[in-house]
Design a protein around this ligand. Sequence first.
Ligand SMILES: [Fe+2]
Length: 144
Amino acid sequence: MKKALVCSVCGHILLTKNIPDVCPSCCSGTKIFKLFDEKEDALHTKEDVAVAGETEKKHLPVIKVVDMENGYKNISVTVGELEHPMIKEHFISKICIYIDDEFVSMTVLTKDLKPETGIKVKTDSKNISAVAHCNIHGSWITSI
Ligand SMILES: [Fe+2]
């Protein structure tokens, strides 16, 4: 497990300690009340594999990065090594991408979509993370 700051309204996860004025996901303001709480068990990681077994293989994001022209990178994320189910009772509800621990994008998913996303972004960084949110098994992070 990995600790992180978690929005008390929507569950959005911050990987940085820099708390924004509003939550990047639900737009709730941080000036009215303490919006982000640090939770010790906010994120499951690949280190949880020994405990989770096969479950982990369906939840850990798989990140692929391809360098493009003009400094862009094509970042694609699938969930997971074995594809996670996408049914009404059990699905990946969103995938967030972070670069240098800063939030970059969020893809909201419904049960009829494949558990994947992709962005094209101009960056020199090689520090890329993705967080997949399962409606039953919580949030799972992969960092490369
Ligand atoms: Fe799940």
